[in-house]
Design a protein around this ligand. Structure first.
Ligand SMILES: *Cc1c(COP(=O)(O)O)cnc(C)c1O
Length: 395
């Protein structure tokens, strides 16, 4: 999945433009920057690429989540429904907003189960935050209709799913706001960076102001305008945006390679009756950053995950034991350990996360193995990999 595998002259050129002017700031310095607006250009091209009305770049995917929550008015006293299989950043963003993460089960899409939302909705539920894990889609249209019916905000964590679509519509554009990450291991990377997208001009304007200390950038002079709201600094720098711009222009190439590589491995694994695959609602829309599959039993999944490692098949993940991506090992969350004291009200409102039971998610995750798909593999590397994988499963 990492776009850095395909770094080249294109990235160097964009960065050089910025270094030549010395203007690293995304706002102002109109004369000195010689018409290089990397962040702005990246925003326009990304919005165009995924069919979103507005796009605002920021400093990370985590920042994007915080911006989206703040812009949608999610904060103290609110509950936000989240899946237990995600990168911990999703949960941190909710807590940092002062809101309570409430976990609901996932299904065989490896994403939030739309049917499970009603089980955990309370009068305090304000938003649902589905995560499109490992490059492919949640049942996002279903989740969206549940949200619409119940009057809940939907924010999509599409940090891992740039370039994915469901029936032709880009992930990240289904709800009020969508979030992307361009961190070093994402489909495209700019070092550190993220984006929020929305079709709602008003939400966009709040997002834009919030990420830069509340400045209103629609006027001429950033600093002389009235500040509509308090904000913070989640700005992206022109150097990062420059790398991201070159990477975005390679997205289709990356997707094409990943899809070809993934199909070859998936076809090879299909011969084994004990293996079933993650439910992909729209194969054509899968960004194909990962191949995920299920074994019938936890013990068998553990065995195969271990054997793959032994056989030198790198970048395979058994998430059930991983302490970044699945709730089972999130001891810091279970004990609500933060750097400083969390707000008392938040501590009171949070359920006892040690006692949360998610039997269906456990059953799925304990049997799941994911394999990272790299765009840079040569034909030979891919073939060798497939041979090794087959040997491992044959045992
Ligand atoms: C990477 C990721 C994030 C956070 O993105 P950063 O840019 O690393 O802050 C959030 N959610 C998910 C699902 C991610 O994979």
């Amino acid at each position: 999945m990492p776009g850095f595998e395909l770094f080249g002259d294109e990235e160097r050129k964009e960065v050089q433009d910025v270094l030549d002017t010395g203007v690293l700031f995304r706002y102002g310095f109109d004369q000195a920057r010689k018409n290089h607006w990397k962040a702005r250009t990246f925003e326009a091209e990304l919005a165009q690429r995924i069919g979103a009305g507005c796009c605002h770049l920021c400093s990370s995917g985590t920042a994007a989540l915080s911006i989206a929550l703040a812009s949608c008015g999610v904060g103290a006293g609110d509950e936000v429904i989240v899946p237990p299989f995600t990168f911990i950043a999703t949960i941190e963003a909710v807590l940092n907003a002062g809101a309570v993460p409430v976990f609901a089960e996932i299904d065989e899409t490896l994403c939030l189960d739309p049917e499970a939302i009603s089980d955990v909705v309370t009068p305090r539920t304000k938003a649902v935050l589905p995560v499109h894990m490992c490059g492919a889609m949640a049942r996002i249209d279903k989740i969206n209709s549940v949200c619409n019916k119940k009057g809940l905000i939907m924010i999509e964590d599409a940090c891992q799913a740039l370039g994915s679509t469901l029936d032709g519509k880009a992930l990240g554009t289904f709800g009020q706001m969508g979030c992307f990450s361009f961190d070093p291991v994402k489909t495209i990377t700019c070092g550190e960076g993220g984006a929020v997208v929305t079709n709602d001009k008003n939400l966009y304007q709040i997002a834009d102001a919030y990420s830069d200390h509340g400045h209103d950038h629609t006027g001429n002079d950033r600093g002389l305008e009235g500040h509509p709201i308090l904000g913070t600094n989640f700005r992206i720098c022109e150097l990062n945006a420059a790398v991201g711009l070159a990477q975005l222009r390679k997205l289709d190439l990356i997707l094409r390679k990943q899809r070809t590589h993934k199909k070859a491995i998936k076809d090879a694994l299909a011969q084994f009756s004990e293996i079933t695959f993650r439910k992909i609602l729209d194969e054509k829309g899968d960004s194909a950053t990962f191949l995920s599959f299920f074994l019938p039993e936890e013990s068998r999944a553990r065995k195969i995950a271990g054997d793959l490692g032994q056989a030198g098949v790198d970048a395979c993940f058994y998430w059930y034991d991983n302490n970044w991506h699945y709730i089972r090992q999130w001891d810091h969350l279970k004990k609500l350990k933060s750097a400083a004291k969390l707000p008392l009200k938040l501590l009171e409102d949070c359920p006892d996360y040690e006692k949360i039971e998610l039997p269906r998610s456990d059953s799925i995750m304990s049997r799941t193995i994911s394999m990272l798909i790299k765009p840079s593999w040569t034909e030979e590397e891919l073939m060798q990999r497939i041979e090794r994988i087959i040997d491992v499963v044959k045992g």
